[in-house]
Design a protein around this ligand. Structure first.
Ligand code: FMN
Ligand code: 173
Length: 352
């Protein structure tokens, strides 16, 4: 099959993957209302091009929290890459990210260690699920720092695990033999089994305050949907926000993340950069997010589809396709860069 866009990669991946692993990657919580909503919301937004601006070819390069990126797209943290590409897992993903010049957010629940991921040499941020054991949490932060990670992404939409019914039907509750949560192994605390990860309802702003003391890395909160929480985050010294519903995998029936971006952008009023993820599949989706106030987007599943299809080269192909689409969409919008886009260039389809 000839692969010409990001969605095509899902078809290739579905053919190659163990159906249980495919379901793990593709699925969301319960009725998967939010999974569908994330993509549907982009379709309901319309782009209004400006004309005759003589913008020339657009420039995609950007900086987010001091990190240079060749385009405003990063790799969202996703667990368990060795389920998609058993031989190398996250190492293959990290090479593609490095070669494309994009930021990879390494998941705490990676199947090789953060040090092994960092060995690729690209720009890495580290995603953390705060564990009730503060000593253990701090040791993870120190490892991420020592490995050269440039920001800490604290996932805050997971006071419990979402109810994944495809996983229940498939009886998929732990990793296959030989695959582990590599960062959680070998210090006596854990042997790397998924069940030992605590998604705790006790995590609160006090943990964010504590992390602020523990590390000098920029801290982003991932999974913000309420503007009041965005305001509180800024007041608590957070450096950036990821507007996200976890790709519809946590609380089902949350709004599409792109539909929350404008209210959150109003609440933070430019004080910290915003990243949005969930349902980004097209260059036009990226342009809509940028016009509505995002500094960058993050992509989750498309990276896993590329990885499952062809390892590092598959991820590289996904990023190359998306880059071309963003360039094309910006050009057709009359914009020389993201900064040229106005919020007035995104309207609701069907509205004037
Ligand atoms: C298979 C899979 C595993 C994920 N694992 C994590 C994780 O460990 N930590 C986290 O913060 N988000 C995790 N996410 C959520 C992603 O970071 C991101 O929010 C989401 O995938 C974006 O939606 P998209 O897949 O539609 O691009 C995961 C998502 C998927 C699909
Ligand atoms: O699958 C996920 O989305 C995820 O974030 C997660 C959380 C806990 C264990 C495994 C994966």
């Amino acid at each position: 099959m000839r692969v010409v866009n990001l969605r095509d990669f899902e078809d290739v991946a579905r053919e190659k993957l163990d159906p249980v692993f495919y379901d793990y990657f593709a699925s969301g919580a319960q009725d998967e209302v939010t999974v569908a909503a994330n993509e549907a919301a982009y379709r309901r937004l319309a782009l209004v091009p400006r004309i005759l601006r003589g913008a020339g070819l657009p420039s995609l390069a950007t900086r987010v929290l001091g990190c240079a990126a060749s385009m405003p797209v990063m790799l969202a943290p996703t667990a368990f890459h060795r389920l998609a590409w058993p031989s190398e897992g996250e190492a293959a993903t990290a090479r593609a990210a490095r070669d494309a010049g994009v930021i990879m957010i390494a998941a705490m629940l990676s199947t090789i260690t953060v040090e092994e991921i960092a060995a690729a040499g690209g720009t890495l941020w580290f995603q953390l699920y705060v564990q009730p054991d503060r000593g253990f949490t701090e040791s993870l932060v120190r490892r991420a720092e020592a490995a050269g990670c440039r920001a800490l992404v604290v996932t805050v939409d997971s006071p419990a695990l979402g109810r994944n019914e495809r996983g229940d039907r498939n009886d998929f509750h732990d990793l296959p033999p030989g695959v582990f949560c590599a960062n959680l192994r070998g210090d006596g605390w854990s042997n790397g089994h998924v069940r030992q990860v605590v998604l705790s309802p006790e995590i609160s702003w006090s943990h964010v305050e504590w992390l602020r003391e523990v590390t000098r890395l920029p801290i982003l909160l991932k999974g913000v949907l309420h503007p009041e929480d965005a305001r509180l985050a800024v007041e608590n010294g957070v450096d950036g926000l990821i507007v996200s519903n976890h790709g519809g995998r946590q609380l089902d029936t949350t709004p599409a993340s792109i539909d929350r971006l404008p209210v959150i952008a109003d609440a933070v009023a430019g004080r910290v950069p915003l990243i949005v993820d969930g349902g980004v599949r097209r260059g036009t989706d990226v342009v809509k997010a940028l016009a509505l106030g995002a500094s960058a987007v993050a992509i989750g599943r498309p990276v896993l589809w590329g990885l499952a299809a062809d390892g590092s080269e598959g991820v590289a192909a996904v990023l190359a396709l998306l880059r071309r689409e963003i360039e094309n969409a910006l050009t057709l919008c009359g914009a020389a860069s993201a900064g040229d886009l106005g919020r007035d260039q995104v309207v609701r389809q069907g509205m004037p």
